[in-house]
Design a protein around this ligand. Structure first.
Ligand SMILES: Nc1ncnc2c1ncn2[C@@H]1O[C@H](COP(=O)(O)OP(=O)(O)OP(=O)(O)O)[C@@H](O)[C@H]1O
Ligand SMILES: [Mg+2]
Length: 611
């Protein structure tokens, strides 16, 4: 992670700040929970008294009045009125659809206040029940309201938002029934892809900014390895080694394993060479799967997702991920990184009339499954804090229990599509889901299974921050296409994108890999020099020894010759040829002696050193 000015945050300082923020936030959350509980209690009391009044009224009026059409549904008339009143907001709101009570009641509209979108939400439901269309409908209205949207288009079926929708009789009937003034509309869309795999502007992250926690998640590291990776990042930071891409991290790990880096590894403490080895192997496997392209520069500036089109509508940024469907951990982690980066970069905004950005997290179960404790804590904290930066998050998943309780508790709006209860596990999930809703006249266990496609059980946060009445809602139809946008159109949009010039081509700057290579080169050059110096010293010692030995020999020879130059006292055998020469002649004549003498002579003439 980096500061707004791009400099690296001191991890310890950042941690301390994060802890302080978390503590503050917990206090805030507790206060809010208390407020919400109070509001809910007040609302329930009001509902109960309204229900009692209407029951009394009905008892009296029953004989004269025919059964109201609303009675065909599960809600009493009073409850229908409570829904009408509960969703009648003063400020701007997104239209979700109309209440269904037996049939759709076009004049009882279900909405979310725009200002409450930053209280986050959940869209859940079994496969094929309308989650993505709900998401599309919300995204379209946000864009129309001038709010940029970011969404992961996991199956490619959200891209239809960029193409005007096709009208038809069935659609017309549906929209008329729910009071939707439907006009076929295309919305300003920008396509992104991870690392340029597929068609879109490439999104890349540098390893430094990705950080050890998210990287551990994608590498599937356990908690020990995760904290070790944290130390490795700390080491790289403290050494001024920029970790831009996977090869940089790989170089740092290899260096710490090498003879040159062993000492530094030891100094780091708490980091075992075996763990470094495991992380390195995981990293190599990861890179071999083609993950290199996701990391590096130019890193996406998450501010790109906050743009408006020239007509003032919010740009819908779609992360097209069909190319990386086999790497669910990767794209879900990337989404989390984008959020975390946004949180770092955006200033505190307080409660805004409308959000700065809404982030849709489709297939959210992928993010949470197998997440470490620290990772979960980081998500929870991000979700909690990002609200005050003006960002709303909607998680989209099949079963609400895919989302951990701590996160779920922070999702103010709920759109629950049909749930199935085919297996005992399904039934349990259904019961758990029912328990998370405010009390209502619905038998939710029953209703949740009988919702039609494109219908949902909705409750949102009203403008006062209290939950709205639970409402069986027929959702509005998207105005963009329900089918994916044709590939040729997507390609044309990408080619025309102003972002392509900035992010289209990867660059490989001078970073840890290059720096460590130079460090190792310098180290091996120094080692070679040291070796040469040592060899020279050895050689010099050897020569000195030889010189001394020769000197000794010569001295002895001189002594002997000196002694011989005295009058001879004995006869010498003349049988040997050598004996015919004088000893000095013999010595001087020998080639070995010649060399020794020359050298010794040098020594004798005052130049003691041979070289
Ligand atoms: N609000 C809606 N208005 C009109 N038709 C809808 C609506 N919602 C869903 N549908 C219809 O239901 C189909 C399936 O919806 P959708 O793709 O949103 O389901 P899903 O829950 O996202 O499924 P999956 O889990 O497979 O992703 C759509 O193609 C569309 O025909
Ligand atoms: Mg879907």
């Amino acid at each position: 992670m980096t500061n707004a000015d791009g400099s690296a945050i001191d991890p310890y300082l950042a941690q301390a700040q994060a802890d302080a923020r978390a503590a503050l936030d917990r206090a805030q959350a507790a206060a809010e929970a208390a407020q919400a509980a109070l509001a809910e209690a007040t609302r329930r009391a009001a509902e109960a008294s309204a229900a009692a009044q209407s029951a009394a009224a009905q008892t009296v009026a029953a004989p004269e009045q025919p059964a109201a059409p609303v009675a065909s549904g599960p809600l009493s008339e009073a409850a229908v009125e409570a829904v009408r009143a509960g969703y009648d907001f003063a400020g701007e709101a997104l239209q979700m659809g109309a209440l269904v009570n037996g049939e759709a009641i076009a004049d009882v509209q279900v909405r979310i206040p725009l200002g409450m979108i930053t209280r986050h939400g959940l869209v859940a439901g079994a496969t094929g029940t309308g989650k993505t269309k709900t998401l599309q409908g919300l995204a379209e209205q946000l864009s129309a309201a001038g709010v940029p949207v970011f969404a992961a288009d996991i199956k490619g079926d959200l891209s239809g938002i960029a193409t005007a929708g096709a009208s038809g009789d069935k659609l017309a009937e549906r929209t008329r029934g729910i009071g939707q003034d439907w006009t076929s509309t295309a919305f300003p869309t920008e396509y992104f892809t991870l690392g340029g795999v597929g068609t879109g502007v490439p999104i890349r992250a540098t390893i430094t900014s990705f950080g050890p926690l998210l990287l551990s998640k994608v590498l599937g590291l356990n908690e020990t390895q995760e904290s070790s990776l944290g130390l490795v990042f700390h080491y790289a930071d403290s050494q001024g080694l920029p970790l831009i891409d996977l090869s940089d991290l790989r170089s740092v790990l290899s260096y710490l394993q090498s003879d040159e880096g062993k000492g530094e590894l030891k100094e780091l403490g708490g980091l075992s060479p075996a763990t470094v080895g495991v992380i390195l192997r995981e990293l190599i496997t990861f890179a071999d799967q083609g993950a290199d392209v996701f990391f590096g520069e130019p890193e996406i500036d998450t501010a790109e997702f906050l743009r408006l089109a020239s007509d003032g509508r919010g740009i819908v940024s779609l992360l097209e991920v069909p190319g990386v469907q086999d790497k669910p951990a990767l794209f879900s982690t990337f989404l989390m990184w984008l959020l975390a980066d946004l949180m770092n970069d955006l200033p505190e905004a307080g409660d805004l009339d409308k959000p700065k950005l809404v982030f849709f997290f489709d297939e959210a179960h992928l993010l949470f499954s197998g997440a470490s404790k620290d990772f979960l804590a980081a998500i929870t904290q991000t979700v909690r804090l990002i609200r005050s930066k003006g960002v709303g998050i909607f998680f989209v998943t099949q079963i609400p229990k895919d989302v951990p309780g701590d996160v779920l508790a922070q999702l103010g709006s709920r759109v629950q599509h049909q749930l199935r209860a085919h297996t005992p596990d399904d039934a349990k999930a259904l019961r758990q889901t029912v328990q998370t809703y405010p009390v209502s006249e619905y038998d939710l266990g029953e209703v949740l299974q009988s919702l039609a496609i494109g219908e949902a059980i909705v409750t949102v946060m009203n403008e006062k921050g209290a939950p709205t009445p639970v409402a069986w809602t027929r959702m509005r139809a998207p105005q963009g296409s329900m089918d994916p946008t044709p590939m040729a159109d997507i390609e044309a949009t990408v080619q025309a994108s102003p972002l392509l010039a900035r992010y289209g081509v990867a660059v490989d700057p001078d970073s840890a890999k290059e720096m460590l290579a130079r460090r190792l080169d310098a180290a091996s050059a120094a080692a070679a020099q040291a070796e040469a110096a040592e060899a020279a010293a050895k050689e010099s010692a050897k020569s000195e020894k030889e010189r001394l030995a020769a000197q000794k020999k010569i001295d002895a020879e001189y002594d002997r010759l000196a002694r011989q130059s005295q009058p001879r006292r004995t006869t010498r055998t003349s049988s040997s040829r050598r004996a015919s020469k004088t000893p000095i002649e013999q010595v001087l004549g020998s080639p070995v002696a010649k060399t020794i003498l020359t050298e010794v002579m040098r020594g004798i003439f005052g130049n003691a050193r041979r070289r």
